[in-house]
Structures are given as structure tokens and as C-alpha cells.
Design a binder for this molecule. Structure first.
Ligand code: NDP
Length: 485
């Protein structure tokens, strides 16, 4: 493998690998076996300082380029990532435990999509001209400055690039802190950007736990913070950024509804529910974990789902035939096991899975609860693991009200053959990223993000540009100034 599991150093700062063994130790554990594969160190104040200083320096140089010149670098980075997709995917699998079958198509490749897309957009970013009689206003789209990205552990490479690509396209620099659980891949993305022609310091990656993230959020050199994480962390980071009046993007958790009407194509609906609950072992923010199934199709749905769960291939994540991997960590496994107990204690019926596998690593079989009611913990709280809750419903108005009765608002999906109903229902969903007869597609061309407690701002698509740039407006008077005295 071209990319070593033990990187040359813990951080990538100012265009080079950087180590400071004075930082607390961060072990990198392979979720499939529980083995420690690498040891990194948290960023010390000296490393954090160097990252922010070099980012500020690089940002000024980078912003002076034309958008097209910046775009060329991002597109070259996308090409390099695609050429090394397999190596980066193998590494991502070691870091997260997600099956190689998934990482080959959803991680480095999604990162490359973002760099390519925003590289393409960079040359077309403009302000506008507003004619006001003889006078006029023009606007200049300016970068924000140094942006900080803080990532979750489920899609480390994708998250790093979903933040870095639009930031760089707009002329900003990025200091990225991966989750302490999955620190590896972002380092190599920063190295690839240098190879693609980015100035040293344009993307820095520094490691650390939440305290390192917190010190970045309040630093006066930072103009913007983009976090992917849980709602409680999001509230803390948003409040800290607000105190310094910084821009924010918050990509947070969810408890999204997936509504299956009894006229739905059964296999597609079951496939959508599997994708929306068990891909990446259920560790996806937008998952449709509250599966509302209309009573007429409930038995058929549960039967077909149980049959298809038998086809899950649980095993070595580096084997491309494997389709279901371990949880990312002991901590996440414990959280999910806790919810499995709670679900049963509160009266839900466990109809499949939920068994701990007797092998090292953090393994659990995909679990399905039926007869779940709205008040149960498993129907209200984000679990972030392979646990599907199936809830029954009678009619459209009822299911819309129940689907929206949550603090979250990340995603929503509907399966039905009645397309008028599909659009009518989706229009009433309080959610940012919605699906009709599909689930969890996240192309870079589409805005992604939540409403309510699930977040602020949007990633991907042209919408992300507004979150990584600001407009200066310039009024130009062509005649004399008429002052009152
Ligand atoms: P956390 O909220 O625990 O952590 C997210 C990141 O924030 C980590 O890098 C963490 O560091 C860091 N952090 C923690 N505390 C602070 C702080 N006070 N200041 C600054 N940074 C801090 O989330 P997880 O990593 O456990 O990820 C799972 C969550 O992420 C789920 O809720 C999921 O829904 C959400 N998510 C949302 C997505 C979206 O796009 N909407 C996509 C993917 C996940 P460390 O881990 O080192 O403590």
C-alpha cells in the first residue's frame, strides 16, 4: 500500500509533515480487530500556532490568484486522488473499519468529486452589477480568510474535502482537525494538495481531541468554523463561534423518517431501508432510522427485510466481498448496545440481529426493531449504529405529523408509486435533504444539510459558495453629492 497506516508524522503543517511528541498520545485502532495500528500525538499549542500562521500566510497568496488558477489545483488534486483511490480506500478501511466495498466508492472518490466540482466552479465565481439609474453598485465576492474544519469519524476523507474544496475554491485556507478516532486520511489529502500545486499552509491537518478543536474555534485568526458532529457538540461550537462573531456551518445529527406507503415497490423500499440504516454499519448522520411502514405492507416488509438481511456478508472489511463491517470503536459499540437493551426494555420487538459477534473488534449484527412507538428512546434519540426502528402508520396526515415530531431535521424519504403523494409528503417534511423512492444519495451537485437542530448552512453544490465567501458592495455615484448642509 502506498499510504502507510503509520504516517510520517501526526500533523501536516505549512506544506510538510510535523511531529511534536509532547502532545498526548492518540492510538489509531483497527475496528475490525481492536489492534492498535498507529500512534499519533495531539497538536500542542506550538503546532496549532504554526498551522494557523501558515494558513493565514498561504491564504493571502492563494486569494491573489484568479479563480481559474485556483480551480486548476483542485482539479489536479481530484485527479491524483482518483488515481490513488484504492490505496486511500484501503487506508480509510483501516481507519474506520468500513468495508473496502464501500470505501472504494464513497470516500476518496467522493472527496475527488468535491475537489473537481468546486475546482470547476472556482473560475466562475463573480459578484454582480446593479444599475440604479445613472449610479450603480457592484459586488465583489471575497474569501472569508482562514477556515477551520472539524470532522466526525464516519466519513473522514469525504468530510475533509466537503469542507476544504469549497473553502479553497473561494480563496480561503483550511485548518482541518479530524476526529481523534480517524486521524489518518486527511493527512494524505493535505499532502496531495501540495503535490497538485497548492501553496504550503493552504491546507493544514492537525490532530487532537475536542480541546484542540475548541482552541481553533475561538482563535482570532479564524474567520469560519465548519463542524460535522453531534448536536451537543454543535451547540457548544456554535456558541463559542458566535461569541467571536465567526461564520459557521453545522452538519449535525439526525433521526430521520423514511416513510413507506403500502403501494411502494417492496424490494425498492426494503433496499432503501437497508441503505438508510445499515450502510457504514448505520454510522451515517442522514440515516432514515425511523422507518414508518403503512399497516397494509408491514408484514411483507418485515419478511422481505429479514430475508435480505441474510445476504449481508459480515467479515474482513479488507475483503471486497464483505458488505457489513464493525462499529468504529468500543465506545460507539457500547452506545449502540445500550440502545438495544433500552429498546427491548421499553417494549419494542427485536425481530432481527443485534447480536455481538464473538471475535475481537467491535462487531454487531444489523438489528431491526418492530412495533416501535414514537415515545421510545430508540425512536427519539440518534443511535448512530445499525439499529432500524419500524413504526406502523395508517394514513398520510398522521405519518407527516409524526415524522416531523422531532428536534432533528436532517433528512426524510418516501417510497410510493403515487408520485403526486410523494411530492406532497416531501413538501411537508421538515428536513434539509430529502429522497423520493431512494435513500441517502449525496452527489456533490446537490445541497446537503439539515434544518432545526440538525444544522445550519449547506455543504456541496453552488449553495456552499455562499457559506465560504462574503460580498462587498460598492456604490458608485456618477453625479454630484447632494448633502443637507
Ligand atoms: P462529536 O460531536 O463527538 O465530534 C465531532 C468533532 O468535534 C470531533 O472531531 C470532535 O473531536 C470535535 N469536538 C468535540 N468537542 C469539541 C469542542 N468543544 N470544540 C470543538 N470540537 C470539538 O461527533 P462524532 O465524531 O461522534 O460523530 C458522530 C456525530 O456526527 C453524529 O451525531 C452524526 O450524526 C454527526 N454527523 C453529521 C453529519 C452531517 O453531515 N450532518 C455527517 C456525519 C456525522 P474528538 O472526536 O476528537 O473528540
Amino acid at each position: 500500500m502506498a499510504y502507510s497506516v503509520q504516517p510520517k508524522a501526526s500533523h501536516f503543517v505549512d506544506g510538510a509533515w510535523r511531529e511534536d511528541t509532547a502532545g498526548a498520545v492518540l492510538p489509531v485502532i483497527y475496528p475490525a480487530t481492536g489492534e492498535t495500528l498507529a500512534t499519533l500525538h495531539e497538536a500542542t499549542p506550538a503546532v496549532i500556532d504554526a498551522a494557523l500562521d501558515s494558513a493565514a500566510r498561504a491564504q493571502a497568496e492563494w486569494a491573489a490568484l484568479s479563480g481559474r488558477e485556483r480551480g486548476r489545483v483542485l482539479i489536479e488534486a481530484a485527479r491524483l486522488i482518483r488515481a490513488r483511490n484504492r490505496d486511500l480506500s484501503v487506508l480509510e478501511t483501516y481507519d474506520t473499519g468500513k468495508p473496502l466495498q464501500e470505501t472504494l466508492v464513497a470516500d476518496a472518490s467522493s472527496a475527488a468529486d468535491a475537489l473537481e466540482y468546486f475546482g470547476g466552479l472556482a473560475g466562475s465565481l463573480t459578484g454582480e452589477h446593479i444599475q440604479l439609474g445613472a449610479d450603480w453598485v457592484y459586488t465583489i465576492r471575497e474569501p472569508l480568510g482562514v477556515c477551520v474544519g472539524i470532522g466526525a469519524w464516519n466519513y473522514p476523507t469525504q468530510i475533509a474535502c466537503w469542507k476544504t474544496a469549497p473553502a479553497l475554491a473561494c480563496g480561503n485556507a483550511m485548518v482541518f482537525k479530524p476526529s481523534e478516532t480517524t486521524p489518518l486520511c486527511a493527512l494524505y489529502i493535505a499532502e496531495i494538495l501540495i503535490e497538485a500545486g497548492a501553496p504550503a499552509g493552504l491546507m493544514n491537518v492537525i490532530q487532537g481531541r475536542g480541546t484542540v478543536g475548541a482552541s481553533l474555534v475561538t482563535d482570532p485568526r479564524v474567520a469560519k468554523v465548519s463542524l460535522t458532529g453531534s448536536v451537543p457538540t454543535g451547540k457548544r461550537v456554535y456558541a463559542a463561534a458566535a461569541a467571536e462573531m465567526k461564520h459557521v456551518t453545522m452538519e449535525l445529527g439526525g433521526k430521520s423518517p423514511l416513510i413507506i406507503f403500502d403501494d411502494a415497490d417492496l424490494d425498492n423500499a426494503v433496499g432503501g431501508a437497508i441503505l438508510g440504516n445499515f450502510y457504514s454499519s448505520g454510522q451515517i448522520c442522514s440515516n432514515g432510522t425511523r422507518v414508518f411502514v403503512q399497516k397494509g405492507i408491514k408484514d411483507a416488509f418485515l419478511t422481505r427485510l429479514s430475508e435480505r438481511l441474510q445476504d449481508a456478508v459480515i467479515g474482513d472489511p479488507q475483503d471486497e466481498a464483505t458488505s457489513f463491517g464493525p462499529m468504529v470503536s468500543q465506545n460507539q459499540l457500547d452506545i449502540v448496545m445500550g440502545y438495544l437493551e433500552k429498546g427491548q426494555a421499553e417494549g419494542a420487538r427485536l425481530v432481527a440481529g443485534g447480536a455481538r459477534l464473538n471475535r475481537p473488534g467491535y462487531w454487531l449484527t444489523p438489528a431491526v426493531f418492530a412495533d416501535v412507538t414514537d415515545d421510545m428512546s430508540i425512536a427519539r434519540e440518534e443511535i448512530f449504529g445499525p439499529v432500524m426502528s419500524v413504526l406502523d402508520f395508517d394514513d398520510e396526515a398522521e405519518v407527516i405529523a409524526r415524522a416531523n415530531a422531532t428536534e432533528f431535521g436532517l433528512s426524510a424519504g418516501v417510497f410510493t408509486r403515487d408520485l403526486a403523494r410523494a411530492h406532497r409528503v416531501i413538501a411537508q417534511m421538515q428536513a434539509g435533504s430529502c429522497f423520493i423512492n431512494s435513500y441517502n444519495d449525496a452527489p456533490v451537485e446537490a445541497p446537503f444539510g439539515g434544518v432545526k437542530a440538525s444544522g445550519v448552512g449547506r455543504e456541496n453544490s453552488k449553495a456552499a459558495i455562499a457559506h465560504y465567501s462574503q460580498l462587498k458592495s460598492v456604490y458608485v455615484r456618477m453625479g454630484d453629492v447632494e448633502a443637507p448642509f
